[in-house]
Design a binder for this molecule. Structure first.
Ligand code: FES
Length: 251
C-alpha cells in the first residue's frame, strides 16, 4: 500500500553529469517498496509531484535511493537539499518487476540513460534470489556514466556510449548478442531503445519498464497512456506499470 509521508534525506551527491543520487530514510516505504516502483516526490516551490524511480532498497537500514537528472527548477531544488531535511513523498507507487515469480537462472538487463537506476535495484534483488545477472548499459558519454562498478560487482557488465568515450561506440542493441545465454530479460530506457530491444529479443520472455513516459504519476493526466493487448486496448504506465510484460504493450 502506498503512503503519503515525509522521508528524511540521508545523503545527496552528484554521481555523473547533472545526475543526482539521493538516499532517503523511511522504515515503512523501504519495507514495502519493490524494484521498478517509483516515488512521487514533491519538490519545494512546486505543486505537482514528479515520479522518480527507485534505484536501490536497503530494508535493513530503512533507506531508499533515487537517482534523477537535474532538468528544471524542481529537480534543482531537490538537488539542493541537505541531509536531515524532509521530502514529501507518496509511495511506493506503480507496479515493479516480478522477481519472486521468475524461475530464471540468468537474467539480462538492458538499460539506457536514466532508465538504468531501476535496473540496479532489480540487479540487487536478482542477486539476493541467487539469479545470475548480465547487464548492458548505455549512456550519452563517459561523463554521464554512473553505477558502472556497482553493476560490475553483481555480474558481467558491458558499457555503451553514444560518442564512444567509454565501451562500445553506438547503441545497446549493437551488442545484445555479446550477452550469450539468458532466461529472461528486463529493459528500461527510451521508447525507441525498448522497441529495438524487444524486436531483437523476440522469443525470449521479458519485461519492459516504461518509466520515462510518466507525467502526473497518479492516473489523472493520461499523458502516460500506452496501447496494449488488453480488453480496453490501453494501459496507464503510472498505475498499471511502469513495468509490463514485453508482449503486453504496443510500442
Ligand atoms: Fe498522468 Fe499516468 S502519468 S495518468
Amino acid at each position: 500500500m502506498k503512503k503519503r509521508t515525509e522521508m528524511t534525506v540521508e545523503t545527496v551527491q552528484e554521481v555523473a553529469l547533472d545526475t543526482i543520487e539521493m538516499k532517503l530514510n523511511h522504515p515503512y516505504i523501504s519495507t514495502a517498496a519493490q524494484p521498478g516502483q517509483f516515488l512521487h516526490v514533491l519538490a519545494e516551490g512546486h505543486t505537482l509531484r514528479r515520479p522518480i524511480s527507485i534505484a536501490s532498497i536497503d530494508r535493513e537500514y530503512g533507506t531508499i535511493t533515487i537517482l534523477f537528472k537535474v532538468m528544471g527548477s524542481g529537480t534543482k531544488n531537490l538537488a539542493a537539499m541537505k541531509p536531515g531535511m524532509e521530502v514529501n513523498v507518496v509511495g511506493p507507487s506503480g507496479n515493479g518487476f516480478t522477481v519472486q515469480e521468475t524461475p530464471a537462472r540468468t537474467a539480462l538487463l538492458v538499460g539506457g540513460g536514466i532508465g538504468v537506476p531501476p535496473l540496479y535495484g532489480l540487479a540487487e534483488e536478482l542477486q539476493r534470489k541467487g539469479i545470475g545477472v548480465k547487464s548492458i548499459l548505455g549512456f550519452q558519454s563517459r561523463a554521464h556514466v554512473f553505477y558502472k562498478e556497482k553493476f560490475e560487482r553483481i555480474g558481467t557488465t558491458y558499457m555503451v556510449t553514444d560518442d564512444g568515450t567509454l565501451g562500445h561506440h553506438g547503441l545497446v542493441t549493437d551488442i545484445l548478442d555479446k550477452a550469450g545465454r539468458f532466461d529472461h530479460y528486463y529493459s528500461c530506457g527510451p521508447i525507441p531503445m525498448l522497441k529495438a530491444v524487444r524486436e531483437q529479443l523476440r522469443g525470449h520472455p521479458g519485461f519492459l519498464s516504461l518509466e520515462e513516459r510518466m507525467g502526473c504519476g497518479t492516473g489523472a493526466c493520461l499523458a502516460c497512456v500506452v496501447r496494449a493487448e488488453t480488453e480496453s486496448g490501453y494501459q496507464k504506465i503510472c498505475t498499471d506499470g511502469p513495468v509490463f510484460d514485453a508482449d503486453e504493450v504496443i510500442l
